[in-house]
Design a protein around this ligand. Structure first.
Ligand code: GLP
Length: 258
C-alpha cells in the first residue's frame, strides 16, 4: 500500500479526482468502481467541475457501485442510487445503461446478488475502485467477520455502522438493517484501488490498517492482499498514525495539495 497525505479533505479530493481523471482520459471505455458516503462527495464534485470546464467525456465509461441498502426504492432520498445520481451522474454525459448499482428493492435479493456478479464478470472489474472506510474497518458494507472469499452478497449492518450512518437519516431506526455489497473477493479484482480516509474519526482505523495483520475482524486489512492500493489520507486522519512508535518505518508520500 502506498500512503499519500494531504493537508485536508480538499487536497484529498483533488488527488483522488486526478487519479480517476487519469483513468478516464487514457481509457475511454474504462470501468469505474464507485463508493458513497461523505468522503468521496467532493471528489465527485471536482469530476463534475472538470466535465463542465474541460468537457471530459463519460460517454463510453461504465460504473459499478459497491453497495446499496436493502428495502429502499431506487428513488428513495437515502438510497445510494439517488446519491450517485445527485452527486455525479446527472451532471455528466454518462449513459444510463452503463451505470450499475445493486437493486436493494429487488424481490429476490439472492438473485439480485447473482445478477450483479454476472454483470461484473461481463463488464470486467474496475480499472480503478474508489473506497471509503468505515470506522470499524468496513469497506463497501463488508462488516467485521466477513468472509474474504465472498462476491456480492446480502449483509447485516452492525449497530455501529447504523449509528455512524444515522446522520444521513431522520433517526437511527430509519437506517436499514440489511444491505447488498460487493464482497472483498470482488473488490480485490479491481486493477487499482484508491482508499480515501478523511477526518479524525478515522484516525484509529487508519492506524490499525498500517499496524495490524490481515484478519477478517478488520475487513480493510484485506487490502494488504492487493498489489496496487493507494491510500489517500488527510492530516486529521493521520493523527494516531503519526504517534505510532514505528511510524518512521512507514513510507509516506507527502503531497503539497491544500
Ligand atoms: C458507508 C458505505 C461505505 C463508506 C462508509 C464511510 O457505510 N457503505 O462504502 O465507505 O460509509 O462513509 P463516510 O465516507 O461518510 O465516512
Amino acid at each position: 500500500m502506498r500512503l499519500y497525505v494531504t493537508k485536508n479533505h480538499e487536497g484529498l479530493s483533488e488527488l483522488a479526482a486526478a487519479y480517476v481523471l487519469d483513468v478516464v482520459k487514457t481509457k475511454s471505455t474504462a470501468v469505474l468502481g464507485l463508493a458513497t458516503g461523505g468522503t468521496p462527495e467532493r471528489t465527485y464534485q471536482l469530476l463534475v467541475e472538470d466535465h463542465i470546464k474541460n468537457k471530459t467525456s463519460y460517454k463510453h465509461i461504465k460504473t459499478v457501485n459497491l453497495d446499496e441498502y436493502v428495502g429502499l426504492s431506487s428513488n428513495h432520498n437515502m438510497s445510494y442510487r439517488k446519491y450517485m445520481h445527485e452527486k455525479l451522474f446527472k451532471h455528466i454525459d454518462i449513459c444510463d445503461a452503463n451505470i450499475h448499482i445493486p437493486n436493494g428493492a429487488a424481490e429476490d435479493i439472492n438473485e439480485e446478488c447473482k445478477r450483479y456478479d454476472y454483470n461484473l464478470d461481463k463488464l470486467g472489474y474496475p480499472d480503478i475502485q474508489i473506497l471509503g472506510l468505515g470506522q470499524n474497518g468496513h469497506i463497501g458494507f463488508n462488516e467485521p467477520g466477513s468472509d474474504f472469499s465472498q462476491s456480492t452478497h446480502l449483509t447485516k449492518l452492525t449497530e455501529s455502522t447504523r449509528i455512524a450512518n444515522a446522520r444521513f437519516f431522520p433517526s437511527v431506526e430509519d437506517v436499514p438493517v440489511y444491505a447488498i455489497t460487493m464482497g472483498i473477493a470482488s473488490i480485490l479484482k479491481s486493477k487499482k484501488i484508491l482508499l480515501l480516509v478523511s477526518g479524525q474519526r478515522k484516525a484509529n482505523t487508519l492506524l490499525r490498517l498500517f499496524t495490524e495483520e490481515v484478519h477478517t475482524q478488520f475487513p480493510c486489512s484485506a487490502l494488504n492482499l492487493h498489489d496496487d492500493v493507494v491510500v489517500i489520507a488527510d492530516e486529521a486522519a493521520m493523527i494516531e498514525l503519526r504517534r505510532f512508535k514505528e511510524y518512521d518505518s512507514i513510507t509516506v508520500e507527502q503531497t503539497d495539495r491544500v
